[in-house]
Structure formats: structure tokens, C-alpha cells
Design a protein around this ligand. Structure first.
Ligand SMILES: Cc1cc2nc3c(=O)[nH]c(=O)nc-3n(C[C@H](O)[C@H](O)[C@H](O)COP(=O)(O)O)c2cc1C
Length: 352
């Protein structure tokens, strides 16, 4: 498969999976992705995981609606029934997603009870059947996000056989969270921190399967760490792509440099103030079109000024529930007011 042309808005010379923001439940909703798209034109964005049950029995529009500006955007599915996944993937493709991704990395107990997520790594043939069922009904790429092992199994052969089996079913793109999932005894949060990162395993997968696209995930927070994996623009590194999760969410301003640093694009001239204004414009459009409260959108941009003087106060204003009755533009004005000009009294008065 020629992966170069799959996401049309990517520069032709660069790999579509070169940079992506990870699927994160409760975090990477469409408002969050709107912010991330303002910051980087070329980064591939993933939805939160949507289960097949939610799509087949629930409110499809609520789960799948997204803005055209979000492209390229991938829908992540959670499930383990080939027929349900095929039906869900079809819906995703009809709604215009650029990729369908299957979650084989989530260790939460709730997800294990549904017998999907990371525990699927113990059943490579079932995952292969799921992938095949999806590939048969959609034209967009079907990809898999997984871990490097389950529990204490650290043999490379385990993840190699998983990738080999699933690739044979028609998956050409693997996003590998470079740590094991320990299915018992750790919370999902601990499972993102405690099992050690082993980037070498992911590089080895790329060596063994050079024709597959292999993107690495887990613990990326600096330019250098990303470039070590990708190599310079125009060159190559040990893997094809880097997926960033928590750092992109907590420190979104890092993303403003990604197009230039990792895709070789011209500097975008963005400022945090301009991005904040664009978010307020978006809040106004969302309120008018869908009745969305600005509060549901602002929560994703609270890290925008991290590291700058006054960031704490700016964040406090944008997350002050007493201000919920004010228009977003007024909240922006208050957030920008110098602390000595804005006594707590003023905020309270403003909030009525
Ligand atoms: C709040 C939160 C929710 C997450 N939800 C999902 C999810 O729905 N699907 C998934 O595959 N991974 C999920 N993850 C895992 C991330 O996609 C990613 O693999 C993990 O955070 C490691 O990357 P990082 O170190 O860059 O954050 C979640 C992570 C966080 C922090």
C-alpha cells in the first residue's frame, strides 16, 4: 500500500504517521483536536476511543461528529467482535475519518471485562480477524495501537508474532506504546508510568518489518527525543513516526513548533494570544451552532501558557466556574488583565 498519499493534507514527501497526538479518553474530544489543529497543520490527530457498543446502540452523531478543519483525523475504536468492528469502521469511514484505529493497548479493567484493549494482544488471530473484517469494508487505512507485551512477558517474540499475524490480515500501520501493559494490579494511570519504556523493541520491529509503518509512543516530551526517533526532515530514523499523548495535552504550545521542526514547514508565526483569540472565536461559533458552553472547550487549553509568568492566574480565570455566566470574550479579557488590576473582587462582581 502506498502510505504517502493516504492523508491528502500531509506534505507528499513526509510520512502521514510522522507525528500524531494520541487517543486520550475525556481529553482528545473534538474541541481539543480543534486546538491542536490550530497549533499544527500536519500532525495526525486521534479521537478518544469509541466502543463498538456506543456506536451500534448509542448516539452516533454525538460520538462521531467532528469539524472539517480537523483533518487528518483518525477514529479509534474499542471492540473485539469482527462484525461489530466492521459496522463501526464503516460508520467511521462514512463520517469522513481518514483512518480507523483499533485499540489493543488499553489496560483498564472495564475494557478487559469487555475483552478488548490490551488483553487482545493475547489473541493475535482474533485481532487479525477484526482487522480483516474492517479492511474488507473501508477504503481508509485500518491501523492498530498496541503495547510491546502483556504482564511480565518480555520476550520480543510475543510482540513480533502479534505484529506479523495482524499484518498478514491487512494492517500496514502499527502504533506501539513502548511498554508492557500489566493487566493485574495497576490502574490505567500506573500502567502509563510504571512498566518500563523499552524503545529498542519498537526499533527492532521496524528492522524486522521494514515494509510496515511503525510509529512509537510513550514518554515523548522534547524535540531531541522525537528527532532521535524520526531523524531529520528528509532523512530517516529508527521508526516512521512518533505519537505524543500527555505532553501534547498538558503543554500544547510545544505543538506550535512541530510543523517547522518535524515536517520542515515554514515558521507559522503563531502567538499564544492569537491562538487564544482563535479559540474564543471557535467558542462563539460552537455556542451559536450547538449551544456548547465555552467551559467545555476552554478546559483543553489550560496548559497553553505553561512556563510563562502569569500562567497560573490565566489558567485560574479560564477554569473559574463562577465566570461561567460570562461570554467567552469577556473571560479572555479578564484572563489577560494584569493581577494588580484584577482583584478577586472584580472577578466576583463580573461573575455577578
Ligand atoms: C487521560 C488518558 C486517556 C487515554 N485514553 C486512551 C484511549 O482512549 N485509547 C488509547 O489507545 N490510549 C489511551 N491513552 C494512552 C495514550 O494514548 C498513550 O498511549 C499514553 O498516554 C502514552 O503516551 P504519552 O507518554 O505520550 O502520554 C490515554 C492516556 C491518557 C493520559
Amino acid at each position: 500500500m502506498n502510505t504517502e498519499s493516504l492523508h491528502p493534507s500531509q506534505p507528499a514527501s513526509l510520512h502521514p504517521w510522522r507525528m500524531s497526538v494520541a487517543p486520550m479518553m475525556d481529553w482528545t474530544d473534538r474541541h481539543c483536536r480543534h486546538l491542536h489543529r490550530l497549533l499544527s497543520r500536519h500532525t495526525l490527530l486521534y479521537t478518544e476511543m469509541v466502543t463498538t457498543g456506543a456506536l451500534i446502540h448509542g448516539d452516533v452523531e454525538r460520538h462521531l461528529r467532528f469539524g472539517v478543519e480537523e483533518h487528518p483525523v483518525a477514529l479509534q475504536l474499542g471492540g473485539s467482535e469482527p462484525a461489530d468492528l466492521a459496522a463501526s469502521a464503516k460508520l467511521g469511514a462514512q463520517w469522513g475519518y481518514d483512518e480507523i484505529n483499533l485499540n489493543c493497548g488499553c489496560p483498564s479493567e472495564r475494557v478487559q471485562r469487555g475483552a478488548f484493549g490490551a488483553c487482545l494482544m493475547n489473541e493475535p488471530q482474533l485481532v487479525a480477524d477484526c482487522v480483516k473484517a474492517m479492511v474488507d469494508v473501508v477504503d481508509v487505512p485500518v491501523t492498530v495501537k498496541h503495547r510491546i507485551g502483556i504482564d511480565k512477558v518480555e520476550e520480543y517474540g510475543f510482540v513480533r508474532d502479534f505484529v506479523g499475524t495482524v499484518a498478514d490480515a491487512g494492517c500496514d500501520v502499527f502504533i506501539v506504546h513502548a511498554r508492557n501493559a500489566w493487566l493485574k494490579g495497576l490502574s490505567p494511570k500506573e500502567n502509563r508510568e510504571i512498566p518500563p519504556l523499552r524503545y529498542g523493541v519498537v526499533a527492532r520491529l521496524k528492522e524486522e518489518f521494514p515494509h510496515l509503518t511503525i510509529a512509537i509512543n510513550g514518554g515523548f516530551s522534547t524535540d531531541e527525543a522525537v528527532l532521535d526517533q524520526l531523524g531529520p526532515v528528509g532523512g530517516s530514523g529508527p521508526v516512521d513516526g512518533v505519537m505524543v499523548g500527555r505532553e501534547a495535552y498538558h503543554n500544547p504550545w510545544w505543538m506550535a513548533r512541530w510543523d517547522e521542526l518535524f515536517f520542515g514547514a515554514a515558521a507559522n508565526g503563531l502567538t499564544r494570544e492569537r491562538v487564544e483569540e482563535q479559540m474564543v472565536e471557535y467558542m462563539e461559533r460552537e455556542a451559536a451552532a450547538h449551544g456548547t458552553h465555552w467551559y467545555a472547550i476552554a478546559r483543553h487549553m489550560l496548559g497553553l501558557r505553561n512556563g510563562l509568568p502569569g500562567a497560573r492566574r490565566w489558567r485560574q480565570v479560564w477554569s473559574d466556574h463562577r465566570l461561567k455566566t460570562l461570554p467567552a470574550r469577556e473571560v479572555m479579557r479578564l484572563a489577560r488583565t494584569k493581577p494588580n488590576e484584577a482583584r478577586a473582587m472584580d472577578l466576583q462582581e463580573a461573575a455577578g
